[in-house]
Design a binder for this molecule. Structure first.
Ligand code: PMP
Length: 456
């Protein structure tokens, strides 16, 4: 094609080449360090997706503090990726660093509760609702355990998920809709059994296929984010989430709400302020200020059923665990985050900055006359290289323009702004501030101008 998402391909290619050269020229130390130390890692990186950033090679990070990330060459970047939500409250928030230091000499892991653990349950409850909680090291594990419990109490085996979803590295959600049927995701590594036996996949924002799937009677739970955030962002249409609640009740399935990303909405996440009552709630990533921690909670009603189930099963080998989960560092950092970092005031700053950012990006898109749009969920902003709003995962997949997105990402990076890879997502932390937001708006405008203006 001569143009992708409104950008001429020839100009796009020239831009990418120029920006790649600029990135490399500014990072001799990163490059040397990678050349010296990367070989023992598979593909030269300790996590495979570190290769998937749109830059010629990954940044090597020297330091990350607040909303600034500094690479080995001393390039300072305004960080709007923030670990794809893990550092949504800024890197190393002072209260979390203090809590970590305090705990550092008092034991790092012991399979027993600390006093902080006993205090923090009440904080979780005040904020997210009257759930009975368990802790894990990752949101993947929290979802995995929640689904196990849902199957246990319902005696059913299937999970209903939405096309285009992501809930972490758990098998149950690794399906997609293909030709109208549930299928294992293409690109899965080493899948050894048939995922469609445990999962059913339908489109978001459409209650009819949800009802059809639930009426088979073998769905234990609907697992969903209240807003889809892992394809291009898809907002729930009015009545959709309420419809899920109603259908789950009507068909004896549980509703599990995964708020790992939508914690960007505010102190209590998205569901509770929107009046959506979950049977189980999952939170993770940023909840302990960046220290690996997630939680899953069940209502008292589900807990009563779970206790009855638990009393009747053989002891041991629950399938829910991992040794390092529930360690005292997690609780120290969880308490510091909930009590001192993720405050109403912090969220007010995040919300205001993100609103400003969304408006600025929208203006730049209009100025460049591109058929793109911007979506925001609290502190979470995304530009999408296609018209909107998007209704579901299929529309979101069709809106994805990897070549254009990679060029914009790299262009922004060279202008001092780091945004999340894999999606065009930007988070505004309490440490970000107006100057950084305005810098990103200017950089975005500059990149779009470069990509579209006849002057270049
Ligand atoms: N749930 C959602 C909605 C997510 O976006 C993610 C990760 N992107 C996860 C769960 C899994 O989180 P983790 O990688 O920390 O296990």
């Amino acid at each position: 094609p001569l143009a992708v998402a409104g950008v001429e391909t020839a100009r796009l290619e020239a831009f990418r080449t120029r920006e790649a050269e600029r990135f490399v020229a500014a990072r001799p130390r990163c490059r040397t360090a990678l050349a010296a130390g990367a070989a023992p890692w598979l593909d030269g990186v300790p996590m495979h997706w570190m290769r998937d950033w749109p830059s010629p090679f990954p940044l090597v990070v020297a330091r990350a503090k607040g909303a600034t990330l500094t690479d080995l060459d001393g390039n300072r970047l305004d960080d709007f990726c923030l670990g794809d939500t893990g550092s949504m409250f800024g890197h190393s928030p002072a209260p979390v660093a203090r809590a970590m230091r305090r705990q550092a000499t008092r034991g790092l892991t012991c399979m027993l509760p600390s006093e902080a653990a006993l205090r923090v349950g009440a904080l979780l409850r005040d904020r997210f609702g009257p759930f009975l909680w368990q802790v894990t090291l990752s949101a993947s594990d929290a979802n995995r355990h929640a689904l196990r419990a849902a199957r246990a109490v319902t005696g059913r085996r299937k999970t209903l998920v939405f096309n285009g979803c992501y809930h972490g590295a758990l098998e149950e959600a690794m399906v997609e809709l293909r030709d109208g049927r549930t299928a294992a995701r293409r690109g899965l590594v080493g899948q050894g059994f048939d995922l469609t036996e445990g999962a059913v996949c339908v489109e978001f924002n459409d209650l009819a296929p949800v009802e059809a799937a639930l009426s088979t009677g073998d769905v234990a739970a609907i697992l969903t984010e209240p807003v889809m955030t892992n394809c291009c962002m898809v907002l729930p249409e009015p009545g959709f989430l309420e419809g899920l609640r109603r259908l789950a009740d009507a068909h004896g399935a549980l509703l599990i709400i995964d708020e790992t990303h939508t914690q960007s909405s505010g102190p209590g996440g998205y569901a509770r302020p929107h009046g959506l009552e979950a049977d189980m709630l999952v939170i993770g990533k940023c909840v302990a200020g960046g220290v690996p921690t997630a939680l899953w909670g069940m209502t008292e009603a589900v807990a009563a059923r779970f206790r009855a189930y638990d009393a009747a099963r053989p002891p041991g080998h629950s399938g829910m665990g991992t040794t390092l989960a529930g360690n005292p560092v997690q609780f120290a950092c969880l308490e510091a985050t909930l009590a001192e970092v993720a405050t109403e005031e912090a969220f007010a700053l995040m919300e205001a900055g993100a609103a400003r950012l969304a408006e600025g990006l929208s203006r730049a898109i209009v100025a460049a006359v591109l058929p793109w749009h911007v979506v925001r969920v609290g502190a979470r902003v995304e530009f999408i290289c296609a018209p909107g709003p998007l209704r579901n995962g299929s529309e979101a997949a069709a809106a994805h323009r990897p070549a254009v997105e990679a060029a914009v990402h790299l262009g922004l990076l060279n202008r001092g702004c780091l945004i999340a890879p894999f999606h065009n997502m930007m988070l505004v932390s309490p440490a970000t501030g107006r100057a950084r937001v305005d810098r990103l708006i200017r950089a975005f405008g500059d990149v779009l101008d470069d990509l579209t203006s006849p002057r270049h």
